[in-house]
Ligand binder design. Structure first.
Ligand code: 13P
Length: 248
């Protein structure tokens, strides 16, 4: 079974609502590609205007975060049902920036994965090693730990629908991309891990992205690899270049 490719932009904390609408207009014709799922993961305040701005296009909208309760006294937070009602189809979970700056641990991320699935939103579950871990030779041990902990209690049928993003921390925003062989090795390792945890059919269905300084120049080579089904793109998702990644 062929996996459908998915190219997602992670806007991070960029784009005011009016800038967001302008970016959607700029990218509209550049990101057209029927063979690829195109997703913009945007700041919470941009969700409503971006959903409106991409109506009638091939672009799907994702969120960058949410809290694990449906509603209640959690000042400042937004919930998965709120995202769903606003038109959000994907949500990033476990990005290294949230793990580091907001101290989100794997037990919490596991709750987020389950809550997103319960709300009918597709998790884009991120994992990735630090430079220190890579140099110590524990990359795959670490990533297997993250995947196993974040998917506790998640069924095979649910895992078939999710997206996993491999993002080596040392490649994020640094201009240093993992080589296509390095990226393929880990993405295959993630698929093997899913096969061990579930079965071959689940491993064959789950979509795995690479993220970390992916751009118009390196996307084609990365996306040619057997186990890399797409990309999660930061910096290059904020400009016209994103169209070249979608069409790579
Ligand atoms: P960059 O593409 O800016 O390196 O960011 C990658 C990333 O963190 C996407 O989630």
């Amino acid at each position: 079974m062929a996996r459908r490719r998915i190219i997602a932009g992670n806007w991070k904390m960029n784009m005011t609502p009016s800038q967001a609408v302008a970016l959607c207009a700029e990218l509209k014709d550049l990101v057209v590609n029927d063979a690829v799922d195109v997703v913009y993961c945007v700041p919470a305040i941009d969700i409503v205007p971006v959903v409106e701005a991409v109506k009638g296009t091939n672009v799907h909208v994702g969120a960058e975060n949410f809290y694990i309760e449906d509603k209640g006294a959690y000042t400042g937070e937004i919930s998965a049902p709120m995202l769903k009602d606003a038109g959000v189809e994907y949500v990033i979970i476990g990005h290294s920036e949230r793990r580091e700056y907001f101290k989100e641990d794997d037990a919490f991320l596991n709750k987020k994965v389950k809550k997103a699935l319960e709300a009918g939103i597709t998790p884009i579950l991120c994992c990735g090693e630090s430079l220190e871990q890579r140099e110590m030779g524990v990359t795959m041990d670490w990533i297997r730990f993250q995947i196993k902990s974040d998917l506790v209690g998640v069924t095979a049928d649910q895992v078939k629908t999710i997206v996993i993003a491999y993002e080596p921390i040392w490649a994020i925003g640094t201009g240093k991309t993992a080589t296509s062989d390095q990226a393929q090795e880990v993405c295959k390792g993630i698929r093997d891990c899913i096969a061990e945890m579930y079965d071959d059919a689940t491993a064959a269905a789950v979509r795995i992205q690479y993220g970390g300084s992916m751009n118009a120049g390196n996307a084609k080579e990365l996306l040619a690899k057997e186990d890399i089904d797409g990309g999660l793109i930061g910096g290059a998702s904020l400009k016209a270049e994103f169209g070249s990644v979608v069409n790579a």
